[in-house]
Design a protein. Structure first.
Length: 153
């Protein structure tokens, strides 16, 4: 099995387990160094706030699923952790969770001559987010967002 197929299989197994346990996969890191593999999973509840105990429990459950499915024939390291308070916002659901909160957006293209905008997230729809930057209200198309993060105060 090649590396891309292996990643897809792991992603599918992990997401299925996490959904059944009431969690979401925020980010998935996969590296190979010779015959050793590293799998890092950043996991959270849909509404946020995963505990250290939950990460530990999920680590054991993910390891069990990987081992039962004989995903790795050699050594591997598995880390399940919280994405932290400043977790990246990627999906429409992430943005909805942050409605009426201050968010910073890093864009992959200029919007009104700027690639970075910060403001109060006031609306989310299928194709864009609306923020109030203090200067004015701005609509940012989702396809223009390279990265977004909640501002922690």
């Amino acid at each position: 099995m090649d590396r891309d197929e292996l990643k897809l299989q792991i992603d599918s197994l992990v997401k299925k387990l996490l959904v059944s346990e009431g969690f979401v996969l925020v980010e998935f890191v996969f590296r190979q160094d010779g015959l050793s593999f590293f799998l890092g999973l950043f996991v959270d509840r849909p509404e946020g706030r995963i505990s250290l105990g939950e990460c530990s429990l999920l680590n054991r459950k993910v390891r069990q699923v990987l081992d039962e499915n004989k995903i790795f024939s050699g050594q591997y390291t598995l880390e399940v952790s919280s994405p932290g308070l400043d977790r990246p916002l990627k999906t429409k659901e992430d943005f909805i969770r942050c409605l009426n909160k201050e968010v910073v957006f890093f864009l992959n293209d200029f919007l009104e001559s700027k690639c970075q905008w910060q403001g109060l997230l006031s609306r989310v729809d299928e194709s864009s987010v609306i923020i109030n930057s203090g200067e004015h209200v701005l609509e940012i198309p989702l396809i223009k967002i390279n990265k977004a993060k909640l501002i922690i105060k």
